[in-house]
Design a protein around this ligand. Structure first.
Ligand code: SF4
Length: 462
């Protein structure tokens, strides 16, 4: 934490109407969370932890024989342990697969974090999120931190430990993000990395493991795994498709020199969507693509194969900072192209079914970013309001400075807790002003975003 930044309690006093649990959720994302040995053991006993090391040869998982502070560092975003999800008692989603694999605070410093990480530990038989004052050590596994929020684990989905008929571990095919979302990463490859034009906060290390070859997940594996997941008790209510960007077109003989931007990427989505239509046995399916900006003719192709919702992430609203932070998107084919694509998607998929996302805090990066929090907020909220006027919901994610990203090498700092509290409030006000629904980004379908938790509090008003 920077010296002039407000701490948790000070922010709470300054913004008394902002819900404490959501503020705590933001703070855990900023500071990181470690799990004590007792908490890990408990997750294992409650079927809330799946050690998938065996499924990811050469990578690693939790080492339950070691104290929490010596947890081995995952070698990629795929490296596991997997925890089914961690929630506060009011249902606020705090940690999940993604946060645990990427967010563990390791002794060798996987992430640039602010201040001390929180500790998840067992206290008198209950599971708590503890704040550790600086001077407190953890002798003999006994934690002496201050209990902040009681939490519970969600069980891991049963399909995690199953294999497809081709022998592929299902956990490699789809991931789940509690509470109700399945994510299919149809291709790890992002062409921007190949041209050294990756977004500066991005750390998709799997691209390196795949040696730059774009390979689509096997469609039969997807078919079998999604069917298995849909059978599970409690059920998943939405599927999100993600992939790295591929701006190349495809000409008539199949080589990548065509004229339609991003046609290569769209072709992959089309194949996966047809497979999912088979799973659901109907044409229109509850699927959101989180994808690159596609031209109108390509968006229409996605609509034809059943896609319900579309999200294309603008990431950074300010024009100059967009070009600096997202050089791949700037080259293929510029900020206005991305905006036009998002707006034309509203005509095709309908108001409420199109969204975009900001990587909030990236616009404060040095040396070209905004120097003042007020300027950064004003810029972001200008973008949010522009999109809202045009029927597009904007959500935000918290900047993570992960190993493998340009920002990590540059040792960029994370914004303050106060910045995220004000941004979440501002976005929520704009959403209410334009009566936008959150729909596919609803907290039950995607509990990741703090602004979605604010939407949840307003359900009774509508
Ligand atoms: S488009 Fe940007 S954020 Fe997305 S995978 Fe590529 S480099 Fe990463």
């Amino acid at each position: 934490m920077e010296n002039d930044e407000l701490g948790f309690e000070e922010v709470g006093r300054k913004y008394p109407d902002f819900p404490r649990t959501i503020m705590r959720k933001i703070d855990t994302a900023l500071r990181g969370v470690i799990l004590s040995e007792k908490a890990l053991q408990r997750a294992k006993e409650e079927d809330a932890l799946y050690d998938a090391s065996a499924d990811f040869v050469g990578q690693c998982g939790f080492d339950l024989d070691k104290p929490a502070l010596k947890v081995r560092v995952p070698v990629s975003a795929e490296a596991l342990p997997v925890i089914g999800g961690v929630f506060f008692r009011d249902g606020t989603y705090v940690l999940g697969l993604e946060s645990v694999t990427r967010g563990l605070y390791s002794p060798s410093g996987t992430l640039v974090r602010k201040g001390k990480p929180y500790l998840l530990d067992s206290v008198d038989g209950e599971l708590w999120l503890l704040d550790l004052p600086r001077e407190i050590k953890l002798p003999n596994g006994i934690s002496r931190g201050e209990p902040m929020e009681e939490v519970y684990f969600a069980p891991i989905p049963a399909y995690f430990s199953k294999k497809t008929s081709r022998g592929t571990p299902m956990i490699k095919v789809i991931s789940s993000r509690a509470p109700n979302r399945i994510t299919i990463n149809i291709s790890d490859y992002c062409h921007f990395f190949k041209e050294k034009l990756s977004c500066k906060y991005c750390s998709i290390i799997p691209w390196l493991l795949h040696k730059g070859v774009r390979t689509l997940v096997n469609l039969e594996d997807i078919y079998e795994t999604v069917n298995e997941a849909l059978e599970e008790e409690g059920g998943f209510t939405s599927i999100h498709l993600i992939a790295g960007s591929d701006p190349r077109g495809v000409n008539q003989n199949g080589s990548h020199r065509g004229n339609s931007p991003y046609e290569n990427e769209v072709n992959e989505y089309v194949e996966v969507l047809k497979t999912l239509q088979r799973c659901f046995g109907r044409e229109k399916i509850p699927v959101q693509a989180i994808a690159s900006a596609f031209p109108r003719e390509q968006l229409l192709r996605l609509k034809e194969v059943g896609l319900s919702a579309y999200r294309s992430n603008i990431e950074v609203w300010d024009n100059k900072l967009f070009e600096w932070i997202c050089p791949g998107k700037a080259k293929y084919f510029g900020r206005q192209y991305w905006i036009d694509s998002i707006l034309s998607a509203v005509e095709i998929f309908g108001r409420g079914n199109v969204s975009t996302q900001l990587v909030a805090g990236a616009e404060l990066a040095e040396p070209y970013g905004f120097k003042e929090m007020d300027e950064a907020l004003a810029s972001n909220l200008e973008g949010v309001e522009f999109f809202a006027r045009n029927g597009v919901y904007t959500t935000f994610c918290i900047l993570w400075v992960d190993r493998g990203s340009v920002f990590y090498r540059e040792k960029q700092k994370l914004p303050s807790l106060e910045y995220y509290v004000r941004l979440a409030q501002g976005i929520n006000e704009i959403r209410k002003k334009y009566k936008l629904s959150s729909d596919f980004n609803d907290y039950r379908r995607d509990g990741f975003h703090p602004d979605m938790d604010l939407v949840r509090l307003d359900y009774n008003e509508t």
